[in-house]
Design a protein around this ligand. Structure first.
Ligand code: ADP
Ligand code: MG
Length: 247
């Protein structure tokens, strides 16, 4: 078995008397899509926040490629290749698709972000940005204003921006949310191919997408992992069916 890219070891987070993460351990291995599922309030977002650095665990550790990053701030984690796509869009809507991708590539260099047009003349940044747009299928929309894209295309652009970081892993919070059938199918195809470049920790409510894509699934209920396994194991796990799949 290959060494994990990301490892959580007994991560615990309390909000007053509430334990939102209760000694959660999970890992993300090269090439895999690992889905994190659970009912509302299970603690999925709290866990993601401790992975990205928005929240600090009360106990336990978060490791990236064997390095303890529990105390590192978010920008330092991004520089180590932890790419996150957001549920709420962070794109500059009035700027072009290419400008957004170039900004992503510029951010990855650690330079101060600038929306000045001259950044488009930086051939190296532009090459990274164009490759990322190509990868997600937006190359022919490079000159379009971002606000004019469909919701699904904006989601793809967010993935392209994440790709400009040369990510070691992706953390995705509900990439299918608000997408129609066609958008969901396009995103499913994109994520399916992306796992070969960097593994994906996927928080997603669309169970068809989860069962179609995930190599492993971890089920969180009330802050606690109740099961981790291959999709077929999760589907027939009694505790999961009772606690979550509503049977
Ligand atoms: P999920 O993303 O699985 O729906 P959350 O991680 O958002 O769950 O929330 C887990 C639990 O922690 C919930 O009971 C929620 O109300 C609580 N919670 C989340 N964030 C905070 C916070 N900043 N302060 C207090 N309670 C919180
Ligand atoms: Mg949530």
């Amino acid at each position: 078995m290959s060494a994990p890219i990301l490892a959580l070891d007994r991560v615990t987070k309390r909000f007053g008397a509430l334990e939102a993460s209760r000694a959660v351990s999970l890992d993300l291995r090269p090439g895999e899509i690992h889905a994190l599922i659970g009912p509302n309030g299970a603690g999925k977002s709290t866990l993601i926040a401790q992975i990205t650095g928005a929240l600090r665990p009360d106990a336990g550790t978060v490791s990236l490629e064997g390095r303890d990053i529990t105390g590192l701030p978010t920008p330092a984690r991004a520089r180590l290749g932890l790419a996150r796509t957001f549920q709420i869009s962070q794109l500059a809507m009035g700027h072009t698709v290419l400008e957004n991708a170039v900004l992503g590539a510029q951010g990855a260099t650690g330079a101060r972000l600038s929306l000045w047009r001259p950044i488009l003349k930086d051939a190296a940044l532009r090459a990274v940005a164009e490759a990322a747009l190509q990868r997600v299928g937006l190359a022919e929309h490079a000159g379009a204003v971002t606000a004019e894209l469909s919701h699904g295309q904006r989601r793809q652009l967010e993935v392209a921006v994440a790709l400009t970081l040369a990510p070691r892993l992706f953390v995705m919070d509900e990439p299918m949310a608000g997408l129609g059938l066609e958008g969901t199918a396009a995103m499913t195809g994109l994520l399916d191919g992306l796992r070969a470049e960097a593994p994906i920790l996927l928080v997603e409510h669309d169970m068809d997408a989860v069962f179609a894509l995930a190599d492993r699934i971890t089920v969180l209920v009330a802050g606690e992992v109740i099961a981790t396994g291959a999709p077929e194991e999760i589907r027939r796990n009694r505790d999961v069916r009772v606690a979550y799949l509503g049977e």
